[in-house]
Design a protein around this ligand. Structure first.
Ligand code: HAM
Length: 417
């Protein structure tokens, strides 16, 4: 599990800000659902026969209850949507969230056990414009970060009738190959045959290469929906590759599914995955409404930013002022002066290491603070301070009671330049 250290925060804030700004621009509102949910929420929504539920959940037992750290955001957001009563009061909800998810995966490049997702969920509508909207939003996110060379791959999973016919075809195709599939897939064949299609085992992958796709079995309605989404994206100038290999690893998907890949990353090239999950609201106790969404993983996104040299020279924010004193007798005064400046919005720090004045000045300088505020015994007695403006390289004696105003004036002027 990763710690995000202070030096890394500027880049993280940048990603979070781009995500929030693009989402809000399209009417998505931020939601912050719980980190821990009843385990049954995930088994019911993601599906019993999936990698996540079978192998990757961090679960704690308390008394008779079982809770799981969220491995993904969709199920919790739907639970929150229902609990808030939106399904009845205001069913169409565009929601987004940026936050940590937890999966007990084998840690490797691009995969972590605690990772951050930008999660976008549009609930309450079956309209194909919404599919196109979220796919476009996912692609815009990467473009806003300066990432080029991405591939948007999409497919349809059908729904109901066509899915049933595809299941039969798939089972017929795989039945004679059963002995060559991995033992997990032999079980999947019985319990949830679609999961065989996203097995990572190379032999299973090879055997599935020629497996029937859903396309010939699609109902007219679902084929039209798929066609409309593609057409809308084309009209936006958005290139999309139809890839029948995309089946996604969750049971809740229906119809449109998609992934955004950065092919140069190799086997783990998906930076984003999503699709429709039209019956999840119903399956979790609400009406049958329709919904579509995606999640972008920040881990992979940052790998690509690094690869492309796009992490930028983002510097950490530092305090505006550093208070310097030579006198041990003035330590309380330094504390009070710092609080006085903080109270009017000037971020301020001071020495806690007992450094000499010379070293305090060095630290103030290296720290990149705009001001050093020097409070010596003489200044204290005279009701003044020395204000050193590090940017301008000038030092002035300023009365204590005019200090904050003077600093604010210079900070505001700096912002305008
Ligand atoms: P997912 O494909 O499991 O979908 O995850 C989305 C993205 O999260 C992946 O493309 C990947 O970039 C990133 N990701 C997944 N697992 C890890 C990991 N262990 N370490 C680092 N990054 C990871 C979902 O989670 C769905 N809830 C997406 C969705 C939302 N569908 C509809 N709405």
């Amino acid at each position: 599990m990763r710690d995000i250290l202070p030096e890394e925060i500027p880049l993280w804030e940048h990603l979070e800000a781009v995500a929030a700004s693009l989402a809000r621009h399209r009417g998505f509102r931020e939601i912050r659902p719980a980190l821990l949910e009843d385990t049954s929420l995930f088994t019911r929504s993601i599906g019993e026969v999936t990698d996540i539920v079978e192998k990757e959940m961090f679960t704690v037992l308390r008394g008779d209850s079982s809770y799981t750290l969220r491995p993904e955001g969709t199920a919790g957001i739907v639970r929150a949507y229902l609990q808030a009563g939106y399904a009845k009061t205001n069913p169409v909800q565009r929601l987004f969230h940026v936050g940590p998810m937890f999966r007990y995966e084998r840690p490797q490049k691009g995969r972590e056990r605690c990772f951050t997702q930008f999660d976008v969920e549009a609930l309450g509508s079956l309209d194909p414009r919404l599919d196109a909207e979220v796919i476009h939003l996912a692609a815009c996110f990467f473009e806003a970060l300066g990432i080029e060379g991405l591939e948007v791959r999409m497919n349809t999973m059908g729904d109901g009738e066509d899915r049933d016919r595809w299941r039969v075809a798939l089972r017929e195709y795989l039945a004679p190959l059963l002995g060559d599939l991995c033992h997990l897939c032999q079980d999947r064949f019985e319990r949830n045959v679609f999961r065989v299609l996203d097995c990572k085992n190379p032999q299973c992958k090879e055997l599935c290469a020629e497996a029937p796709t859903i396309l010939p079995y699609l109902t007219d309605e679902n084929a039209t929906h798929f066609g409309t989404v593609r057409e809308l994206l084309e009209k936006l100038g958005r290139k999309v590759v139809v890839d029948s290999g995309i089946v996604r690893g969750f049971d809740y998907y229906t119809r449109t599914v998609f992934e955004v890949h950065y092919p140069a990353l190799g086997a783990r090239s998906a930076l984003c995955g999503g699709g429709r999950y039209d019956h999840l609201v119903r399956d979790l106790g609400g009406p049958d409404l329709g919904a579509v969404g995606f999640a972008v993983g920040f881990t992979g996104t940052m790998l690509v930013l690094e690869k492309l040299g796009l992490t930028g020279e983002r510097t950490e924010r530092v305090a505006d002022a550093y208070v310097v004193t030579a006198s041990e007798a003035l330590t309380s005064e330094v504390f009070l002066l710092a609080e006085e400046l903080r109270a009017v919005g000037i971020s301020t720090v001071y020495d806690l290491d007992g450094r000499s004045v010379k070293n305090q000045m060095k630290v103030a300088n290296r720290g990149g603070h705009r001001f050093a505020v020097i409070l010596g015994t003489r200044e204290h007695e005279g009701g003044v301070v020395q204000l050193k403006d590090m940017h301008a390289g000038v030092q002035d004696e300023v009365p204590r009671d005019r200090l904050a105003k003077e600093m604010k004036r210079r900070l505001d002027a700096g912002e305008m330049n």
